[in-house]
Design a binder for this molecule. Structure first.
Ligand code: ADP
Ligand code: MG
Length: 400
């Protein structure tokens, strides 16, 4: 079907299309070479005969074109109505498997691996929220792990970066940014034909309780999904999904909040498919106490009590093993430099005492000491910042 889109002039003129590399709910993704950029891209081709699909593509493009972050997929170009009915988006080519594929292959993931993914996703979400965007469809298939060669990473190997994709259900917190109201009237026909259970919030397994509360599916929920903004829930909904994704990564399965019978069916079906994935049924067994504390904070059912991303970022689990970055204040830096200068001058003085014939004028000493010159400049800079430098032993060192 998508052949018609790939054969269209606008696609052939701009891209050399290669293999199919992914399939989504409504789209097919092909790797391609962008003739102008001279680099590989991904073409996301969606049949937009259904008005709903057109709106999803439109929204994804409007939102992505205003974003630029290493952990958010980049949109290069969008071609609408290709061959009369397709939407073709050219995206950054992310080389690596999805978090879902890695989880499927090996099950429960190592804590260091999960931490590295968590850091990146936290950065992406903080960036999105700061730009007034809710992703609303955060799940393992929408996270690509760039830099992993295979779905089974070798021991100790972490992805270079985890990147968030699929902004079809994302929306802005400001109604003014995405005005889709006019298109909603055109939805009437397609909605009655719309049979898929596209929840108002993407995948329900990862959705926050405040989002799914009262959700029954059907037309009302779908209209809600397409509305440009909501007052019912906010950034905390993404935070919950993020926590669920991390729980999944730790356990190798989605911990079910479903009744025990459904969980039992899950175990049986796994046993029948002879899955070799390592599955740990509770986070308590899968992760350290510190990790559990962080993930539990993200997945609190009460949105108001849920951990904020800023708190998660400062959590000891996320920072474990990371060398503390001490950012010295200008004053502290100046004090350190002055200490060095004093030490140097003391050594010079004792050297001069030992060899008086080598004595030079203070200025010549300073000029001839290249390593000292920047120190002088730095001290001068910091003095300017501090406005009135205190007379100190350091002043002496400068007039040596
Ligand atoms: N930029 C990309 N680079 C590499 N693979 C991608 C990229 N975008 C999507 N994919 C692959 O295609 C799949 C479907 O893409 P997605 O955007 O989620 O489609 P949909 O919106 O239809 O769910 C993903 O799960 C992933 O495997
Ligand atoms: Mg997807």
């Amino acid at each position: 079907m998508e052949e018609a889109a790939l054969a269209a002039d606008v696609v052939r003129d701009n891209y050399v299309v290669g293999a199919l590399i992914g399939r989504g709910a409504f789209s097919c993704l092909f790797v391609a070479e962008d003739r102008r950029r001279d680099e590989a891209v991904v073409l996301k081709v969606t049949d937009t005969t259904e008005k709903t699909h057109e709106i999803i593509c439109e929204r994804e493009a409007i939102i992505l074109k205003n974003l630029a972050h290493p952990n958010v997929v980049e949109l290069y170009a969008r071609h609408a109505k290709v061959a009369g009915r397709y939407d073709v988006a050219a995206l950054e080519y992310l080389r690596g498997p999805t978090l879902d594929a890695v989880g499927e292959a090996i099950g429960a993931l190592r804590e260091g691996f999960v931490r590295s993914v968590a850091m990146d996703l936290c950065g992406a979400l903080r960036y999105l929220h700061a730009h007034g965007v809710l992703h609303r469809d955060l799940k393992p298939d929408n996270v690509v792990l760039v830099g992993l060669d295979a779905t089974r990473p070798s021991d100790g190997e972490n992805p270079e970066r985890a990147v968030l994709i699929d902004f079809g259900l994302a929306r802005t917190l400001s109604p003014a940014d995405v005005d889709l109201d006019s298109s909603r009237h055109a939805l009437d026909d397609s909605l009655s034909k719309f049979t898929m259970d596209l929840s108002a919030v993407g995948c329900r397994d990862y959705a926050a309780p405040e989002v799914t509360r009262g959700y029954r599916g059907g037309r009302k929920a779908f209209e809600e999904a397409l509305a440009p903004c909501t007052s019912k829930y906010g950034v905390a909904a993404d935070v919950y999904s993020f926590g669920r994704v991390l729980r999944h990564a730790f356990c190798g399965t989605l911990e079910s909040e479903a009744p025990p019978l459904a969980a039992l069916c899950g175990v049986l079906s796994r046993a029948m498919t002879k899955s070799r994935r390592r599955v740990i049924w509770s986070l308590r067994k899968a992760a350290s106490e510190s990790a559990r504390d962080a993930v539990d904070g993200l997945t609190r059912r009460d949105a108001a009590a849920r951990m904020k991303l800023s708190e998660f970022e400062a959590h000891p689990w996320l920072n474990a093993g990371r060398a503390p970055v001490l950012l010295a204040s200008p004053k502290a830096r100046a004090a350190e430099l002055l200490d060095c200068a004093m030490d140097l001058s003391a050594r010079r003085r004792s050297a001069n005492r030992a060899a008086p014939e080598m004595k030079r004028s203070p200025s010549s000493t300073l000029k001839k000491s290249p390593s000292f010159a920047p120190t002088e400049a730095a001290i001068a800079d910091d003095d300017r910042e501090d406005a009135t430098p205190e007379p100190s032993p350091a002043a002496e060192s400068r007039t040596l």
